[in-house]
Design a protein around this ligand. Structure first.
Ligand code: PGA
Length: 250
């Protein structure tokens, strides 16, 4: 199966001109790459850029969504609105959204709404620290079980799980994660999914890694870590670095 590389631009860049330039540069290098699935998760105001990009292989994602269908929800964006822009993937439960209020139950509602609209979910999970007693494992288990409540087995093909340890994310990251740490969690996630659904569902689930992914460590998470793909923050805004990441993600 082809690897999935997801760009998460977060609240960047600050102008549509810059956004168009970055995406068009990414699009140029992606022309030569045939084996990777590429999704760029844009800030809402930049979703229109999809229509400007000639390279139709690039898929567009959003960084969040609201779970109600329509109505009086000032500042929110519905699944139908995303669909009219051609959005195919929705990041749900990113730690930066959880830190400003998204609980597991809100994450769950967003997942259910996204699945109903036939878009793919990228469910982000991850602990803030690795304690020696292993409590982070029960934290992750809870994020998965509560996040996937009422998600049917048949819908699991539309779910991607992104393991993003908070301590390895962003410019204030404490340190980079090791591929072996990803392996541990990948196996753990499979076990949880296998208990919730079955082994077949667990084996076909795509589990990707995110957190300070860069051109130097990207390959190790795929090769040694066995990741189905990568979720890239900062380096996805730098077309040179991002292209390097994409080309090793085979
Ligand atoms: P980073 O962000 O690559 O800048 O660490 C990853 C993420 O938060 O999705």
């Amino acid at each position: 199966m082809s690897k999935l590389v997801v760009a998460n631009w977060k609240m960047n860049p600050q102008s549509k001109k810059e956004a168009e330039t970055i995406l068009s540069n990414i699009s140029k290098t992606f022309k030569n790459i045939k084996t990777t699935e590429l999704v760029v998760c844009l800030p809402f105001p930049f979703l229109y850029i999809k229509d400007k990009i000639k390279n139709k292989k690039i898929k567009i994602g959003s960084q969040d969504v609201f779970y109600e269908k329509e109505g009086s929800y000032t500042g929110e964006v519905s699944t139908s609105m995303l669909k009219t822009f051609g959005v195919e993937y929705v990041i749900v439960g990113h730690s930066e959204r959880r830190s400003i209020g998204d609980t597991n139950s809100i994450v769950n509602k967003k997942i259910i709404a996204t699945l109903k609209s036939k878009m793919q979910v990228i469910l982000c999970i991850g602990e803030s620290e690795r304690d020696v007693n292993g409590f982070y494992l029960s934290f992750i288990k809870k994020q998965i079980e509560e996040g996937l409540a009422d998600v049917l087995k048949s819908q699991m093909k539309s779910i991607v799980v992104a393991y993003e340890p908070i301590w390895a994310i962003g410019s204030s990251a404490k340190r980079e994660a090791e591929p072996s740490e990803f392996v541990e969690i990948r196996i753990f996630i499979k076990k949880i999914i296998s208990d919730l659904y079955d082994i077949k569902t667990a084996n076909s689930l795509r589990i990707i890694y995110g957190g300070s992914v860069n051109p130097l460590n990207a390959e190790s998470f795929i090769k040694e870590g066995g990741a189905s793909g990568l979720l890239v923050g900062r380096d996805s805004l730098n077309p040179k670095k991002f292209s390097a990441i994409i080309s090793v993600s085979k």
